[in-house]
Design a protein around this ligand. Structure first.
Ligand code: IPE
Ligand code: IPE
Ligand code: MG
Length: 246
């Protein structure tokens, strides 16, 4: 398959980057080795997505439940995010990429928080691809924070409860202004969302692929896009052919 043959490229692809630990384990290496190689896969996939015109790419980098891991692994993951931003920010900026971060920022230390803010601030006026980094992100936490913000507005008399519509909720999520993902890919063979974009995935196409994240490259990414192109999305309506025949 060549790039020219890809039709129906999704506007927004979100990826649950899973399997770093198992990839390392199969090589007799510590989990941190898998996470390091995972960062290289991030680089490859960000470029591949830009190449075919995917406008939004969201990457699940650390979940609100990943705090349950050993402290040393958490430190490794935080260290790698810092490494990625420090190393790649200038290049992403010159490639006209706009970086956005979703997730709860309150429990992050100031060094990482400042780096995330710097990445967002530096690239805020870029209008090429948008790279959304889900860091310390969990959908239930995001929805609870949105509910709190709505409750405060009602309490302050600025909002009537009847104005709490799906659009009003979406506007208070971390993803406000970002279209819902058309395609969600999870690597490593696991078939679950693990608290990722639960609201936003209402009509996303889900794709579970067997490769561990460090093995997910350009070719695997384009294969997923090709499979997406063959899917029929209906959003509750009828498929165009069925509607035409009625
Ligand atoms: C994905 O790989 C990276 C993060 C969750 C941050 P894992 O670390 O979950 O790897 P497995 O699933 O244990 O193989
Ligand atoms: C989901 O993977 C989180 C990220 C990829 C950041 P996990 O490996 O944490 O998910 P579970 O625990 O297997 O559901
Ligand atoms: Mg995992």
């Amino acid at each position: 398959m060549t790039i020219a043959e890809l039709s129906n490229v999704p506007e927004h692809v979100a990826i649950i980057m899973d399997g770093n630990g198992r990839w390392a384990n199969e090589r007799g290496q510590p989990r941190s080795f898998g996470h390091r190689h995972g960062v290289e896969a991030v680089r490859t996939v960000v470029r591949a997505a830009a190449e075919i015109g995917v406008k939004y790419l969201t990457l699940f980098a650390f979940s609100s439940e990943n705090w349950r891991r050993p402290e040393t692994e958490i430190q490794d993951l935080f260290g790698l995010l810092k490494f990625f931003i420090r190393r790649d920010l200038a290049e992403l900026h010159s490639a006209n990429v706009c970086i956005k971060v979703i997730g709860d920022r309150h429990s992050l230390t100031s060094d990482i928080l400042n780096l995330l803010l710097e990445a967002e601030e530096t690239t805020r006026n870029n209008d090429g691809q948008t790279l959304v980094i889900a860091f310390n992100y969990g959908s239930r936490d995001e929805l609870a924070r949105a509910a709190q913000s709505l409750a405060l507005e009602v309490q302050a008399g600025r909002l009537d409860p009847s104005q709490i519509t799906p659009d009003a909720i979406a506007a208070r999520l971390d993803t406000a202004g970002i279209p819902d993902p058309d395609l969600i890919i999870r690597t490593s063979g696991e078939e679950r969302l693990s608290n990722f974009l639960l609201w936003q995935s209402a009509y996303s196409e889900l794709m579970f692929v067997p490769e561990y994240w460090p093995d997910f490259g350009r070719e695997q990414f384009f294969a997923a896009i090709e499979r997406f192109g063959a899917r029929s999305r209906r959003f509750g309506a009828l498929a165009p052919t069925a509607a035409a025949g009625s």
